[in-house]
Design a protein around this ligand. Structure first.
Ligand SMILES: Cc1cc2nc3c(=O)[nH]c(=O)nc-3n(C[C@H](O)[C@H](O)[C@H](O)COP(=O)(O)OP(=O)(O)OC[C@H]3O[C@@H](n4cnc5c(N)ncnc54)[C@H](O)[C@@H]3O)c2cc1C
Length: 389
């Protein structure tokens, strides 16, 4: 198969993909439709953690294997190719919550608040978005005020993946409203069992049905000062740092949905006969298959490039945004074409393509919309063309 190509992946990565795929076939595929009624069982996340698929980005002190982003995108693609919402939950815990703790947390914080995430015992989430704050994260309203040895947090966070299931949230809040958010925002680890922390509601979503995505409220939530992540006022830097790895992994998830929809379509077009021949004989169908394959290959190459850059410690803001924009758009088109190739049965739940189409639709919104990706890409291009002296 092309994704096992020796041109793109190392021998170890190819072996790792085979291993993850075998795990998915055994542990997830048999219940993929069932768990889509949501939420995914906690036990499944524990199994994923035990298998080591929550820790490839984290160091040994947090129970991780430090394999890197190229391994994370293999896991993201393989699990997403079976169930989208489950990987969104896994990734929110280990990458979106985990990376800020991993990169900016103290050794003590990592031991206490990351290790149980990596082994799948606890669930994490990231709290950026608010009812009035989406793409413009710098306009954040959630406030944290110092009171003795504690921080008191007030605010609401909306659309938080894992929200009502999570044990810990990496919460971004304004700590100094007198300066710009770039200097006045900080990040905290918040225990969701804290007094004043509540779930307003779980959102009823178009897709990603196996995940829980919630609206959360914090009223005078007291957080010990030792749960500040990084330096005071470093929140915006932490937020921006997290996004490049998140966007690369989201691109890989999108490839997963597209891949399954593509494989189902190729087989169906070969078997289904109309007008006395398999429908693959009609250009209207076979050209779609060619376009789907091309988009998948391109998405994979872009995503792996971003992953390799991140693994080398390079700044990958433009590449991660390009990969995310292209792969998520491709997944929407591929899953949509898959339904067209299957005709009426594509619109039923007898085949999983309608589920993948609904899951894929989120990906041009979450983690930064397609419009914001275009904004970032052009901004980075102008920075390259006209560097500040
Ligand atoms: C299922 C799901 C899970 C999510 N999980 C999380 C999570 O775990 N944690 C978290 O913090 N957030 C999460 N989000 C929130 C997600 O990141 C935001 O929805 C996203 O960033 C967009 O914000 P918004 O929805 O407020 O849209 P808005 O920012 O209000 O945008 C609305 C429209 O305006 C466009 N727009 C806005 N600004 C510009 C601009 N400058 N130029 C051009 N167009 C623009 C957007 O592209 C979009 O089309 C999740 C969302 C969903 C739906």
């Amino acid at each position: 198969m092309d994704y096992l190509s020796e041109v793109m992946w190392t021998e170890d990565e190819i072996a790792f993909r085979k291993e993850v795929r075998a795990f998915c076939e055994k542990e997830i595929a048999p219940i993929a439709d069932e768990i889509d009624k949501g939420p995914y069982p906690r036990e499944l996340l524990r199994k994923i953690g035990k298998a080591g698929y929550m820790g490839v980005l984290h160091d040994a002190s947090a129970g991780g294997s430090e394999k890197g982003v190229s391994y994370e995108i293999i896991i993201a693609e393989e699990i997403s190719a079976v169930n989208g919402g489950l990987d969104m939950g896994r990734m929110s815990s280990t990458t979106l919550y985990g990376m800020p703790v991993s990169k900016f947390g103290t050794e003590e914080q990592k031991k206490k608040y990351l290790l149980p995430i990596v082994n799948g015992e606890k669930i994490g989430c990231i709290g950026i978005t608010e009812p009035d704050v989406g793409s413009d994260t710098a306009a954040m309203k959630t406030r944290a005020e110092k009171d003795g040895d504690e921080w008191v947090i007030n605010g609401e966070k909306r659309f938080i993946t894992n929200g009502s299931q999570a044990d810990y949230m990496c919460c971004f809040a304004i700590t100094d409203p007198s300066v710009s958010s770039k200097k006045g925002m900080s990040a905290f680890i918040v225990d969701t069992k804290s007094e004043g922390f509540s779930v307003v509601q779980d959102h009823d979503l178009l897709g990603m049905k196996s995940a829980r995505v919630s609206w959360l409220k914090m009223e005078d939530v007291r957080v010990p000062s030792g749960m500040l992540l990084g330096e005071l006022g470093q929140g915006f830097t932490i937020l921006m740092d997290e996004l490049d790895s998140e966007r690369t992994a989201i691109a890989a998830e999108a490839i997963g949905y597209g891949r399954t929809a593509f494989e189902v379509s190729v087989r169906y077009a070969n078997e289904r006969e109309q007008f006395g021949r398999p429908i693959r004989a009609f250009e209207g169908i076979s050209f779609k298959v060619a376009d789907m394959a091309m988009k998948l290959e391109a998405a994979r190459a872009l995503t792996l490039t971003a992953a390799r850059m991140l693994d080398r410690g390079m700044k990958a803001t433009k590449q991660a945004s390009i990969a995310k924009l292209y792969a998520t758009d491709a997944a929407v088109q591929i899953t949509n074409d898959a339904i067209q190739i299957l005709g009426g049965v594509g619109y039923t739940t007898d085949y999983p393509v309608e589920r993948f189409m609904r899951d894929a639709r989120l990906m041009t919104i979450g983690g930064g919309t397609a419009e914001i990706m275009r904004f970032i890409i052009q901004r980075e291009i102008y920075k390259e063309f006209f560097p500040r002296k």
